[in-house]
Write a new protein. Structure first.
Length: 171
């Protein structure tokens, strides 16, 4: 069970980074946040890359960085970006490297509340309408994740991580 490696999937504002950190603590493993790793390697945040060079360019950087992480670092837990899991090639790469996927299924209103309250710039969710449309579009691919946890907003990250751990142990 401790050998299992996990990617955390979900929309912007679903809590991927904090839950991934809590889960890694429980599994006594390392956690890497893909967006932060991209920022460290390129010197630019995903938002800066998207704004300067466009989303398509960013997706290339994202896939190459993910592959590098899977091949070289192999942390126990990876928090993906909100769009990473929606690309089939990324999903295949993740499966090939024996990572299990967990979808943080948070209601749109909760995600939007967090997006609106956050200091981070999200160029792909500039307005409530654009964010909702993207959220709806992506649900079908998020649903391809192996495990799902419903996120209501009241539970803290460790409680959610505990639920994930239970699902992993029972599978
Ligand atoms: C994106 C989500 C962002 C970041 C980039 C693109 C997306 O990550 O990767 O801005 O396509 O949903 P978070 O989900 O951590 O905000």
């Amino acid at each position: 069970m401790n050998k299992r490696r996990i990617v955390i999937v979900g929309f912007m504002g679903s809590g991927k980074t904090t839950v991934a950190g809590a889960l890694a603590g429980r599994l006594r493993g390392n956690m890497i946040d893909l967006d932060s790793f991209i920022s460290d390697r390129t010197g630019r945040t995903p938002a800066e890359i998207i704004e300067a060079d466009g989303e398509e360019f960013f997706r290339g950087v994202e896939t190459r960085t993910l592959l590098y992480l899977l091949e070289n670092t192999g942390p126990e837990v990876i928090a993906l970006g909100g769009g990473t899991w929606t690309t089939e090639a990324n999903r295949e790469m993740i499966a090939r490297h024996d990572y299990l996927s967990v979808w943080l299924d948070a209601q749109f209103d909760l995600c939007w509340q967090r997006i609106a309250a956050s200091d981070s710039i999200r160029p792909l969710a500039p307005t409530l309408t654009a964010a909702r449309e993207l959220y709806q579009q992506r649900r079908a691919s998020y649903a391809l994740a192996r495990f799902k946890v419903e996120i209501g907003g009241a539970e803290d990250a460790d409680r959610i991580a505990a639920k994930i751990q239970t699902q992993l142990e029972m599978s």
